[in-house]
Design a protein around this ligand. Structure first.
Ligand SMILES: Nc1nc2c(ncn2[C@@H]2O[C@H](COP(=O)(O)OP(=O)(O)O)[C@@H](O)[C@H]2O)c(=O)[nH]1
Ligand SMILES: [Mg+2]
Length: 253
C-alpha cells in the first residue's frame, strides 16, 4: 500500500488560478495523495473553492483557514503542523498555480513513497535539454544567484531552494523545524532546510545526504505571481540573517 502523502497548498487570493478539476483528478489518480488547502486570509472566494473541493473528495481533501493574511511561510508552516496531526508518513507543499504540473506531482510522490533512501525531496528547475522549464529570464538569473547564496549559507550544494514543490518525511527533526515561525517571508524554504540539517537539543538532524533534488521534466511559470522587486531585496536581507543565525548555531555546538 502507498504511503499517505499530505500536500499543503498555501493559497492567497487564488480564486482565479486554482484549477479545482486538476486537484480532484490528482486525488483520484495518485495513490495515497491527500491535499490540505490553507486559505491565507483571502478575500476573493478562495475559501469557497476550498469548501467545494473538500465536499467533492471528503477524507482526501481538507481545508484550513487562517484569520488574516500571514504570508506563504506561515501558511505552509501552519498547514504542515496540521498535516502532522494526522497519520501521514510524508507531508509536503505545492504552489496553488500548479507551475509544477500534476504529472510531476505524481512522479515526485511515486519517487518518495515506499523508499528509505532520502527524507527530503526537493523539486529542482534545472534547464536541461529535453526538459520543459519555462521561466522568465529575470527570475531564472535571480534564482541562480539566490541559490548560490543559499548553498553558501547552508553549506551544501543545493541547486534550487525556491521551487514550490517539496516532500518531507515525518521525523522529530521535522516537527522541531516547524515549532517556531520562520524569520523570513520569502526565504523560508532555506530556513526550513537549515533547521532540518541542524536538528535541536537531543534531536538528530537530517543528514544532507538524505536530501534529494529531483530535476523536473516540466515546470511552467504561471502568470499572476505576487512576487515584486521589493520582495527580491527583502529575500536577500532575509538570507543574510538566516546565514548569521546558522553560523551562531554552528559555533554554539
Ligand atoms: N505571494 C504570496 N503568496 C502566498 C501568500 N500566502 C500564500 N501564498 C501562496 O504561495 C504560492 C506561491 O505564490 P506565487 O505568487 O505563485 O509565487 P511565485 O510562483 O514564487 O512567484 C501560491 O500558492 C500562493 O497562493 C502570500 O501572502 N503572498
Ligand atoms: Mg507561481
Amino acid at each position: 500500500m502507498s504511503d499517505v502523502v499530505v500536500l499543503v497548498v498555501p493559497c492567497y487570493n487564488e480564486a482565479a488560478r486554482l484549477d479545482a478539476t486538476a486537484f480532484t483528478t490528482m486525488v483520484d489518480e495518485i495513490a495515497g495523495l491527500h491535499f490540505l488547502f490553507v486559505d491565507d486570509g483571502s478575500h476573493d472566494g478562495t475559501a469557497e473553492i476550498h469548501q467545494r473541493l473538500c465536499a467533492a473528495r471528503p477524507g482526501r481533501v481538507e481545508a484550513l483557514s487562517l484569520p488574516r493574511n500571514q504570508g506563504k511561510a506561515e501558511a505552509v508552516r501552519q498547514g504542515l503542523l496540521r498535516a502532522l496531526e494526522g497519520p501521514a508518513a510524508v507531508v509536503g507543499y505545492l504552489d496553488a498555480d500548479l507551475a509544477t504540473p500534476p504529472s510531476e506531482v505524481q512522479r515526485l510522490c511515486t519517487l518518495f513513497q515506499g523508499q528509505d533512501r532520502f527524507d527530503v525531496l526537493l523539486a529542482a528547475r534545472v534547464k536541461l535539454m529535453g526538459r520543459t522549464i519555462d521561466r522568465r529570464a529575470g527570475r531564472h538569473y535571480f534564482g541562480r544567484v539566490f541559490a548560490t547564496a543559499a548553498s553558501l549559507v547552508l553549506r551544501m550544494p543545493v541547486y534550487d531552494t525556491q521551487c514550490g514543490a517539496k516532500l518531507l518525511r515525518r521525523s522529530p527533526a521535522l516537527t522541531h523545524a516547524l515549532a517556531a515561525p520562520f524569520r523570513g517571508r520569502w526565504t523560508f524554504d532555506v530556513e526550513l532546510l537549515g533547521r532540518l540539517v541542524t536538528g535541536g537539543p537531543g534531536i538528530a538532524p537530517v543528514p544532507p545526504q538524505r536530501i534529494h533534488e529531483e530535476a523536473l521534466l516540466v515546470w511552467r511559470d504561471v502568470g499572476g505571481s505576487k512576487l515584486n522587486p521589493t520582495h527580491v531585496l527583502q529575500a536577500g536581507l532575509e538570507l543574510a540573517l538566516i546565514g548569521r543565525d546558522l553560523a551562531r548555531q554552528r559555533r554554539s555546538r
